[in-house]
Design a protein around this ligand. Structure first.
Ligand SMILES: Cc1cc2nc3c(=O)[nH]c(=O)nc-3n(C[C@H](O)[C@H](O)[C@H](O)COP(=O)(O)OP(=O)(O)OC[C@H]3O[C@@H](n4cnc5c(N)ncnc54)[C@H](O)[C@@H]3O)c2cc1C
Length: 818
């Protein structure tokens, strides 16, 4: 007999895979005993039951690694807590490299692991052979060993989580399908579900979409964007192999394969480069889908198998017991979704796991439960935050094309600046074709095509990826130096643009922003929106357009998040309208000491310091068009950002280009924007500053006005002022001009790893790689911090670095006021 369906619950979790079970377990553990998990068929019957069960702790960032480590520890503990064997074994893992580039990547990961306190060791091919005698190591050039990684039994983990959830008081009901999520006044108010043909309604203010590959369609019914699409995912299991004993998990990413010994059999799984989306065109997921397998496809798996037989010769004679093909959800950027959907209050998401749902769900469930309980994430989860999803990404044709690539990316070389190759071109600037004709090499962020660099005539317009200098390094240097000594033009149309207007707009922004918003019309204010901990939710400029209208500029990638933060904090009685106007205006940035000279050729406006001071916006004529010229800079030079109505953008661009011929105007890309900003130590949201970085520790106290009155985060700023900083952001320059720094290298102070590089690029003017990063400084003065010696560890090798608390380029900001 199934349990009766309750009429009310504090939260309804939709989906009984590992994700839903983990959320239920953690919510119940936090005291949300009044939660209901509904599963349309049986627990684990979607993707969870057939996972391979690899548990690798090392992920791309500190917090993702923290979550994976949490999962590992939980799965060890659960067995004792629930009596269900999770099969969790810590037999370690080995990753081998077959190329020098891959060796660099895994050695970089090892440095990162050390920074995250993950036990790791670089091992030689001989050591690999000793640990994994069956392996052909003839072409192995390097390897790393993580002794505490392991493997588990995925279905049992989900069942143990479900049992644990029940023990803490949660209700789990199988055979109940959620049909619809009800809403009232912009928030979730209940769900309608169906059991044996009967419909029931459960009143609730919180739902969790943990519906796996069904997640997109379920969310779309509520107007919520959850861009994911399933792909076929394969492995084979051999017959028992005589004498095969416990081995570490093995990954050979250069051959897109992983190997797991289990009960004397070998499982070989693949992340082939071009995946097969599922269901195929014209087909739907069957209504009765439950513990289903997909048809075998030997032709598709054959190339992988051939490599596997060469790598593990015993496979030739082992005999295949199972050919398994199951569906798993993939997302456009290979990262899962967690958090509250920006479109609907109380609609939470934990889905889209890109084949790492078992290792991720333990930690993700904990983090989401904490987030639901506290109303804010427990730490920076931006990487997997649902607010990064763009509304257009729910388009199924887009998803279908993109996921053919994202499955394979899991084991691809994760080169810096790597761009997606599929499903491109959805969002374009009005001058896209102009830029293309002039050599633009595009990258993609949030669906926007953005010029990353300009190729020279005759130069190939493609990336040659590497961990060393890539083929565009000299192009970037030329663009960079043009900005420092002449004038460059950047197309920054992808900026997110938001109008905030209405009678209470000023009071509203005063409450949300840490800087003074009550400025005269035409003034531009650089500010942060803080959370209650004084940490940074958003980094933006706000231009006051009139007494009641403000114009906010945010990074393109954070627009949905910023809109959500604004709307979430709007009080019902406040008369304020928040509008996304991103597509209405393009942004052409004219930057460099000759920018005034260039603009004066196309505009009669007074652009002198008196006529158009730094930090102000004016409407000006450009050619035969009109632009709102904002005198600000992200590259640290004299310059103007021209906000131009999209219909006039091509004209304004052409006018600038024509006039620019006389002053040496150089078209520049985003790589140059970044190399210039890092010389100025301008922070980058998502890397250098996040919602767990305190604004004072980030070195942005100059943009905070505690004297203006109440604002969100003010108390936390005052408390930090009293208590003193625990860590500080520093800018670092390598003393050797050769090595490169990208992101996540270990940061070493006085011989000890103290953190990671939060962002890095090459300072072409300063003559070496530059990195940003936090160093602990409790009870220390600025002089103490600077008295230390610093190094950056790149792939196991340490390089000396100079540290500075002030921007190394133009510390007095004289150039922007030229
Ligand atoms: C071949 C293969 C190997 C893998 N190997 C690994 C591995 O080694 N390590 C690892 O970490 N991960 C691995 N994975 C990935 C992992 O299995 C998944 O990421 C994970 O199981 C996803 O869990 P989920 O809970 O999100 O989805 P699911 O397990 O699919 O759960 C979603 C549930 O929601 C239910 N549902 C849907 N709609 C509704 C509705 N309207 N009402 C009620 N219920 C609904 C479904 O019936 C389903 O049970 C592998 C995946 C595959 C395919």
């Amino acid at each position: 007999m199934s349990k009766p369906i309750p009429s009310k619950a504090r939260a309804v979790i939709i989906g009984g895979g590992v994700s839903g079970c983990s959320v239920a377990y953690h919510l119940a553990k936090l005291g949300w005993t009044d939660v209901v998990l509904l599963e349309r068929k049986q627990l684990t019957c979607g993707t969870t039951w057939h996972a391979a069960g690899l548990i690798g702790q090392l992920r791309g960032s500190q917090n993702m690694t923290r979550l994976a480590k949490y999962s590992r520890d939980l799965y060890v503990r659960l067995e004792e807590e629930t009596g269900i064997g999770t099969g969790m074994k810590q037999n370690g893992s080995i990753t081998v490299a077959l190329t020098e580039e891959r060796k660099e990547e895994i050695y970089r990961q090892a440095s990162l692991a050390r920074a995250f306190n993950v036990d790791v060791r670089e091992i030689s091919p001989d050591e690999v052979k000793a640990m994994y005698p069956h392996l052909n190591v003839s072409d192995v050039v390097g390897a790393v060993h993580l002794p505490l990684d392991g493997q588990c039994d995925p279905a049992n983990i989900a069942m143990a989580l479900a049992k644990g959830a029940r023990q803490f008081g949660a209700t789990i009901i199988e055979g109940v399908k959620v049909i619809e999520v009800l809403t009232k006044e912009g928030r979730v108010s209940g769900v309608v579900c169906e059991q044996n043909g009967e419909r029931y309604t459960i009143e609730t203010e919180n739902v969790v979409n943990a519906a796996g590959l069904w997640g997109r369609d379920l969310a779309a019914k509520s107007g919520v964007t959850v861009p994911l699409h399933a792909c076929e995912h394969f492995y084979i299991v051999t017959e028992p192999v005589a004498g095969l004993k416990q081995l570490p998990v093995l990954r050979v990413p250069d051959e897109q394969t992983y190997y797991k010994e289990d009960a004397g059999k070998m499982l070989v799984g693949a992340f082939e480069l071009k995946a097969k989306p599922w269901p195929p065109a014209g087909e739907k997921v069957r209504e009765d889908f439950c513990f289903d397998q997909l048809p075998e496809d030997f032709d598709h798996f054959q190339p992988i198998l051939e490599m596997a037989v060469n790598r593990l010769p015993m496979l030739e004679t082992a005999g295949i017991h199972t050919f398994f093909n199951g569906p798993e959800s993939f997302t456009p950027d290979d990262r899962y979704y967690l958090g509250e959907a920006p479109e609907l209050k109380g609609y939470w998401v934990a889905a889209g796991y890109n084949s790492i749902g078992i290792v991720s769900s333990g930690g993700a469930g904990m983090a989401l439960a904490q987030w639901m309980n506290d109303g804010e994430p427990p730490f920076d989860l931006w990487e997997v935050d649902i607010r990064r999803a763009q509304p257009f990404q729910k388009n199924r044709a887009y998803l279908k094309e993109r996921v053919t690539e994202t499955l394979g990316l899991l084991y691809a070389d994760h080169f810096p600046y790597r761009q997606m190759a599929t499903a491109r071109g959805v969002r374009r600037s009005p001058i896209h074709e102009h830029l293309k004709a002039r050599g633009a090499v595009f990258g993609e962020v949030a669906g926007w095509e953005r010029t990353n660099w300009f190729a020279k005539p005759g130069q190939e317009r493609e990336y040659r990826y590497s961990w060393k200098r890539q083929n565009w390094f000299e192009n970037q240097r030329d663009e960079h130096m043009a900005v420092r000594t002449g004038v460059g033009l950047f197309d920054m149309t992808s900026f997110g643009k938001i109008r905030v207007e209405g009678r209470d707009a000023l009071a509203f922004l005063q409450r949300l922003c840490a800087n003074q918003m009550d400025v005269p019309s035409g003034r531009i204010v650089y500010t942060q929106m803080l959370n209650s901990k004084g940490c940074i939710e958003s980094d933006l400029t706000v231009t006051r357009l009139s007494e009641t209208a403000f114009f906010l500029v945010v990074p393109g990638a954070t627009l949905q998040r910023d809109l959500a933060w604004l709307r979430k904090n709007l009080q019902p009685d406040e008369f304020v309208v928040v509008t996304d106007v991103t597509a209405a205006e393009s942004v052409l940035c004219v930057m460099g000491p000759k920018s005034r000279e260039l603009l004066s050729k196309v505009s009669p406006a007074d652009l002198s310091n008196g006529g158009h001071p730094f930090g102000t916006a004016r409407e000006i004529e450009v050619g035969m068009g009109i632009a709102r010229a904002h005198r600000v800079t992200y590259v640290g030079e004299l310059g103007w950002e021209l906000y131009v109505s999209t219909d006039q953008t091509a004209h304004v661009f052409e006018a600038l280009e024509e006039a620019g011929a006389d002053v040496g105007l150089k078209l520049c890309g985003i790589h140059t924007l970044d190399s210039c900003r890092i010389e100025k130590a301008f922070r980058h949201f998502g890397h250098d500053i996040t919602d767990e970085d305190h604004v004072l520790e980030a070195g942005l106290g100059f943009a905070v006005r505690t004297g203006k009155g109440e604002f969100i985060g003010r108390d936390a700023v005052l408390r930090k002022q009293d208590a003193g900083l625990k860590r500080r952001m520093v800018q670092l320059r390598l003393t050797d001009p050769e090595p490169l720094v990208f992101h996540n290298e270990a940061l070493v102070r006085d011989g000890k790893i103290v953190g990671t590089v939060t962002s890095g690029n090459y300072g072409h003017f300063l003559g070496a790689a530059i990195g940003m990063g936090y160093v602990p400084c409790e009870g220390e003065s600025e002089a103490d911090v600077l008295a230390s010696t610093y190094e950056i560890e790149v792939a196991g090798e340490r390089f000396k670095a100079e540290a500075s608390l002030k921007p190394m380029y133009d510390p007095k900001a004289e150039r922007v006021r030229m």
